[in-house]
Design a binder for this molecule. Sequence first.
Ligand code: SAJ
Length: 422
Amino acid sequence: MKICVIGLGYIGLPTAAMFASSGHTVVGFDVNKKVIEALNQGKVIIEEPYLEEMVEKAVKQGTLRASDKPEEADAFIICVPTPILPDKSPDLSYVESGVKVIIPYLKKGNIVILESTSPPGTTRDFMGSILREAGFNPEEDLYVAYCPERVLPGKILKELRENSRVVGGINEKSAEVVKNLYKSFVEGEIYTSDATTAEMCKLMENTYRDVNIALANELAMLCEKMGVNAWDVIRFANKHPRVNLHMPGPGVGGHCIAVDPWFIVSNQPETAKIINLARNTNDGMPHYVFEKIKNLTSDVDGVRKVCILGVTYKPDVDDMRESPIIELIHLLTEDKIFETVVVDSHVDYEGSKDRNLYDAAEGAHLVVLAVNHNEFKNVDFGRIKNAMKCPRVLDTRNFWDASIVEKEGLEYHLLGWGRHKR
Ligand code: SAJ
């Protein structure tokens, strides 16, 4: 088939490349001219293993190209951002423009697929109404479906091929037609259902994680009050064959787990009580860690220098979207008694990229392990101790070994371990 992919981001581009490498001819559309130019030169501007090779090969063989406008095609796949607004309501403006931009090229019998994580009802109602306004009867004239991806940044191509998928059609024939299209490269099971079920399936995958992370964070706060180590409780409880407690942390970042649950809350605010509470619990962790830092440095007169290790939303990525550490740093900088210095070679946050860890620890009253980047695993704690004014660390990820840290003469504090009553 000829396929037109709308949005060449971290989902649209790999998806376009997969279809272009599975017997289809793909034209990609994006509003970002740089993306279009790069793709047509066989280059990609996102970090993803093997993607550039796949794109380069498809562009060379003529099955993949990018354009600054859509084209007539057999199938249109919309992979645009679906962020939340400051009031936590969904922002569907990109979906709206993504659907409207294909209308002039849309013909009866075409396939229209939405991949973007969306609130329940978006495909059937929101997208359906735009298609109807354009004179189409989605049920009769088109095949319309919602087909979410579930890929992990860094393993996208492997997971696009291997993971199972859900296809939610606005009717059964749409689901069948779209299932056959994805069979071009999906080796995992493809389950069919209706569009709203598929939308809720995608939302619940990430909501499940967010609620379980909130449970782990509440456990950490409980254990600090009880004087036990939450990480031991989790480790031993998870020995149970059917228990999977998640990990506490300084908050939840990323543009998926921290966002998707709000789509359910905004749709059914009266009923989504646990989901809402979990979101607020996780969003409260930066403040909780801020209070711990204030408490741990309460014996310091004057300005308190805090060295923050890591600022991305999770380890070993260069992505700071919704990072809870940025929220933590804002809380510290707003409170004039703190001076913060950030170390993170993955991104350049206020000079964090090139900053040497040991220089940053110079004169510090506290070092906070905020993101468990590999680079922070085997640090020289003796050097850190000698550089610091007060030899004290706060580990928010259970990343360091207390006995090793303390052997070097540093005070070790761990989020979720209430052994130091101060
Ligand atoms: N986190 C914790 N404790 C945990 C697990 C994670 O505090 O036990 C934090 C992380 O530090 C991070 C945030 O949560 O700040 C999200 O981390 P993540 O690794 O769960 O999330 P993502 O956003 O990189 O990927 C998730 C994955 N979804 C699931 O695992 C259900 C991925 O498979 C999805 O494809 C992706 O969201 C997405 O695109 O939806």
